[in-house]
Design a protein around this ligand. Sequence first.
Ligand SMILES: NC(=O)c1ccc[n+]([C@@H]2O[C@H](COP(=O)([O-])OP(=O)(O)OC[C@H]3O[C@@H](n4cnc5c(N)ncnc54)[C@H](OP(=O)(O)O)[C@@H]3O)[C@@H](O)[C@H]2O)c1
Length: 202
Amino acid sequence: MKTIILIGANGKIGQAALTGLGKHKIITAGRAAGSYDYQVDITSVKSLRKLYEDVGHFDAVVNAVGVCEYANFTEMTEEQWMNTILSKMMGQINIVRIGQEYIADNGSFSLISGILNEKPLPTAIADATTSGAIDTFVKCVAFEMPRGIRINSINPTVLEEAWELYGEMMPGFQPVPGALVGKAFERSVDGFITGQVIFVDA
Ligand SMILES: NC(=O)c1ccc[n+]([C@@H]2O[C@H](COP(=O)([O-])OP(=O)(O)OC[C@H]3O[C@@H](n4cnc5c(N)ncnc54)[C@H](OP(=O)(O)O)[C@@H]3O)[C@@H](O)[C@H]2O)c1
């Protein structure tokens, strides 16, 4: 049994990840006070460091957080770009940058990207760009991870559980059940692969 910090556990991807991590001890973390074992804001390095120091020993970090802003490229503001970059890109990079100081030997990081960098959609340019950045980050940083630490990203299409929210803006996409995305997180945490983008598409 591994001890896993699951960041964003109450979100749709967080709930999907949980379905694949049933045999482990899960420590939940997220932004809303009182909703998780530990409160964390992934856009704050200070908050991430406090999370790792407060938890103590852990074998894996699974991140299901990456806030994205949506607008047509010609209308997207600097602020919308920066909100997306600071959460989905730098938030996740900092989860790893700070976390590698604290995680157990042979531990693992599993990050979230998303299919829109492979299958673009109108208004999703910031999501697509930062998802692409995260996929590139895990492929390249895997070579530099110390102490046997592994890192992968999960790149899912839209979840069945989120179809009501996003289906209208995703014509021609086939949603997948959250449990399939849970399997991808399970492969990342319990397998031996590293530097991989694990696609989950229909
Ligand atoms: N849903 C899909 O079908 C799907 C498919 C592919 C990829 N993705 C990607 O997966 C990621 C998560 O999407 P989702 O649909 O699961 O979103 P969601 O349901 O809105 O959940 C977001 C989670 O992130 C937490 N959170 C937000 N900002 C945070 C911060 N600064 N620090 C810590 N926690 C924070 C929220 O916590 P609180 O509740 O405490 O605010 C919540 O638990 C996104 O990057 C999205 O692009 C989603």
